[in-house]
Design a protein around this ligand. Structure first.
Ligand SMILES: [Fe+2]
Length: 258
């Protein structure tokens, strides 16, 4: 069994609840699809937890923005990334500083795993955004109707299974192309040998599918299980409001899941 988390966005309350749930299920292996930081108020604590608890992590666009520079960010997201950088740079503890920047600087764009899942063998890619542009490209559910050619082209680059985050909208893309949100799948997608899938696992710290609960998946046998968990978003929102450099919209959206 393993769990996959993504898009934590410096939300410690959401991350804590998700990690506790993973532990309760007896899952020891956790992979992370990036965007550990950005938007939220607790970058240091979230980096510490991800470094400690996950087996590895790949690079998200917000991790990239803090490490290098924000690209195509709106004003609020850009301000948050500059604030995050300042927080990490002004930390007094040299060892912590070193640990965080080293972690960010070494994040790969993609990881690939060959795994035996029940009776099936799967080749699984883990990346933040899309198989073509692993850090920045968005694959939206609507693309299957508005831009099916794009989705088909992306599937050409998928060997079998690809876990992604980035849009903060959980669900499964098939190569028809089709998109199935978790509730249409009863929260379970079975990985089979002859079906390609791009699986968006949703966001731990900033869900955007009008459901404000934290999202992650765990894989048991060949089944990908989508999980949603309530967490104390009021506390996260208050911390955002109390930080001048963080836009209040980042607090409001947590309540509404958008
Ligand atoms: Fe994100």
């Amino acid at each position: 069994m393993f769990a996959v988390i993504s898009d934590i966005h410096s939300n410690l309350e959401a991350l804590t609840v998700v990690l506790a749930d993973i532990k309760k299920r007896g899952i020891k292996t956790i992979y992370c699809l990036g965007d550990v930081i950005g938007y939220g108020p607790n970058p240091k604590e979230c980096l510490d937890l991800v470094i400690e608890k996950t087996k590895w992590c790949v690079m998200g666009n917000h991790d990239y923005a803090t490490l290098y520079e924000p690209t195509n960010f709106n004003y609020g997201a850009e301000q948050a990334s500059f604030w995050t950088r300042e927080v990490l740079e002004t930390e007094r503890q040299m060892l912590s500083r070193y640990k965080w920047w080293r972690f960010l600087g070494k994040l790969p764009m993609r990881r690939t795993l060959k795994a035996k899942l029940g009776t099936n063998t799967a080749i699984i890619d883990f990346l933040h955004a899309s198989p073509r542009k692993p850090i920045n490209e968005y694959i939206f559910p609507d693309d299957v109707y508005t831009n099916p050619v794009k989705v088909r082209v992306l599937f050409e680059q998928v060997k079998h299974i690809c876990f992604i985050g980035h849009t903060h909208l959980p669900g499964v893309f098939l190569d028809e192309p089709d998109f199935y949100p978790p509730d249409e799948l009863n929260d379970v997608y079975p990985i089979v040998d002859d079906e390609k899938a791009i699986i968006n696992i949703g966001s731990v710290g900033q869900p955007r599918d009008k459901d404000n609960r934290a999202s992650y998946v765990y894989v048991d046998g060949n089944e990908v299980n989508f999980v949603r968990l309530q967490y104390d978003f009021e506390t996260t929102a208050k911390k955002i409001m109390a930080t001048e450099q963080l836009d209040n919209f980042q607090a409001e959206r947590l309540k509404e899941g958008r």
